[in-house]
Design a protein around this ligand. Structure first.
Ligand SMILES: Cc1cc2nc3c(=O)[nH]c(=O)nc-3n(C[C@H](O)[C@H](O)[C@H](O)COP(=O)(O)OP(=O)(O)OC[C@H]3O[C@@H](n4cnc5c(N)ncnc54)[C@H](O)[C@@H]3O)c2cc1C
Length: 302
């Protein structure tokens, strides 16, 4: 019955049993029952309505740079929104579709001499993922520039949410609670000097590549910053850098990253995460909470 979704949407790019490792930044993860790349709001809305009618669960992914999809994959319909990536500048505002690359948006802001988004110059997510996570770096975060967001509710209704209603916190937004799909975001920026904006972005990117293992697949900082500590230092002090399970390794360059060094699976990643959490708890008495989102199902054991 559910395979009918492909017949029901002949114009939508839709695949069945598609490995999500082809799309995740860690290059790991099981298969999506159905994977769609909608091109516009109408397609997203119609897909959600269809999925609701068929009782198919819906999962939305951006650039999969903060994601571990378990090796058992994801049941139902997965949508990757990166084909919805239109960005428009109007005065000091930038309106971006959720699938737009955040890095592209920072370049567009620089080009329009708009300041405020420089902190995001090296964050490899989408606009939707950045809103969902309240992504941030180097003293800035999305909550400082996001003015409002248009979302599609789980009932496929369009709704605009203001910054105040987004309930932003450390790597948190209300979108995480409501199951809404971010469709567009409006960023409020300020007039600035294009050369100075570029210089700041270059500086932050140089600092990033000096510290982070950008040459290897990863999902960025795996753990949230525990109050009063730095996750990377706790992991370093516990002697865990270089710890490897299967193909996943605690980066020797940045202790907060877990890199795919040799055909890792999501289960390898989860084993390293659990080992790091247990060792840091034993060593320093601190529980490391994951920042990375872990979704999907465990693989079926033979
Ligand atoms: C090398 C590297 C460096 C990084 N540096 C930083 C950093 O400095 N600061 C930082 O904050 N993060 C950083 N990250 C993590 C990541 O880039 C951010 O969290 C980013 O905001 C995630 O966006 P995404 O599109 O990749 O989201 P995904 O990983 O695709 O998804 C993350 C979560 O958001 C949800 N989601 C995605 N799109 C939507 C949508 N349209 N509507 C509703 N929900 C949605 C997904 O369901 C999922 O739960 C880094 C990652 C890497 C690999």
């Amino acid at each position: 019955m559910t395979a009918d979704i492909i017949a029901a949407f002949p114009k939508v790019k839709l695949m069945q049993n598609e490995p999500l490792s082809n799309y995740t930044n860690t290059k790991t993860g099981g298969k999506a029952d159905f994977l769609a790349f909608p091109q516009n709001l109408d397609e997203v809305q119609n897909l959600v309505r269809y999925a609701n009618d068929q009782a198919l669960p819906v999962t939305v992914i951006g650039k999969a740079s903060n994601l571990i999809v378990k090796d058992g994959g994801i049941r139902g319909l997965v949508m990757i929104l990166t084909d919805m990536n239109h960005v428009e500048v109007q005065g000091n505002d930038i309106t971006a579709e959720s699938g737009a690359s955040l890095i592209e948006v920072t370049k567009i802001a620089q080009n329009a001499s708009l300041t405020g988004l420089e902190f995001a110059a090296g964050i490899p997510g989408s606009v939707g993922g950045a809103i969902f996570m309240n992504a941030g770096a180097y003293g800035g975060e999305i909550s400082m520039v996001a003015d409002s967001v248009t979302v599609l509710t789980p009932e496929a209704k369009l709704k605009t949410i203001s910054r105040d209603e987004l309930d932003f916190g450390y790597r948190h937004s209300r979108v995480q609670e409501e199951g809404d799909i971010v469709i567009t975001a409006i960023f409020k920026l300020h007039p600035g000097n294009a050369d100075e904006i570029q210089a700041k972005m270059d500086d932050l990117n140089a600092r990033r590549s000096a510290k982070q293992p950008l040459d290897l697949p990863s999902c960025g900082s795996v753990f949230k910053r525990p109050t009063g500590y730095f996750a990377g230092k706790l992991i370093h002090d516990a002697g865990l850098q270089g710890y490897q399970f299967g193909g996943a390794q605690v980066s020797t360059k940045h202790a907060g990253f877990i890199v795919n060094v040799d055909h890792a699976t999501a289960s390898d990643y989860l084993a390293v995460i659990q080992h790091v959490q247990a060792t840091v708890l034993a060593n320093a008495g601190v529980h490391l909470e994951t920042e990375v989102r872990i979704i999907g199902e465990d693989p079926v054991q033979n």
